[in-house]
Design a protein around this ligand. Structure first.
Ligand code: IDP
Length: 145
């Protein structure tokens, strides 16, 4: 079954939007197979966003994403990678359609409340950055804990 990585960013956590965001995915029909609240290290932030390391906003992005706890989760379900991206909406909340998470809950591109993997390759990479195999429900090792 397909899995993706989704993360409520520090602005979303501090604004109390974690449950609202999780609820949208659960109501849609996706299953939560892993979740944790964590404070990202600078190393993890730089690795996560390494594709943007030459961009002018990179340092601001790393500073922002490490500024407070994030809520990381793995969601499972049919077509979840592309569908979660649709539910999240465009990177710039001003362009995100109403009804999408960013369209409804954010204003600024630099503080857009949520991250979601953009491809099957990113999903695999990002899930493994944040979770061990035995932290994901449904994986063999997690069933005997
Ligand atoms: P995505 O989060 O929609 O996949 P990406 O292009 O991968 O968007 O960018 C990663 C994150 O970097 C965005 O979610 C946003 O927070 C931040 N970002 C992207 N472009 C800009 C920008 O032009 N200014 C400030 N922050 C940006």
């Amino acid at each position: 079954m397909e899995r993706t990585f989704v993360m409520v960013k520090p602005d979303g956590v501090s604004r109390g939007l974690t449950s609202e965001i999780l609820s949208r995915f659960e109501k849609k029909g996706y299953s939560l197979v892993g979740a944790k609240l964590l404070q990202m290290s600078e190393d993890l932030a730089q690795t996560h966003y390494e594709e943007h390391k030459e961009r002018p906003f990179f340092n601001t992005l790393v500073a922002f994403i490490t500024s407070g706890p994030v809520f990381a989760m793995v969601l499972e379900g049919e077509g979840v990678i592309a569908e979660a991206r649709k539910m999240i909406g465009a990177t710039d909340p001003k362009e995100a359609v109403p009804g999408s998470i960013r369209g409804d809950l954010a204003i600024k591109k630099s503080e857009n409340v949520i991250h979601g993997s953009d491809s099957p390759e990113s999903a695999v990479r990002e899930i493994s950055l944040y979770f061990n195999e035995d932290e994901l429900i449904g994986n063999k090792a997690a069933q005997n804990v």
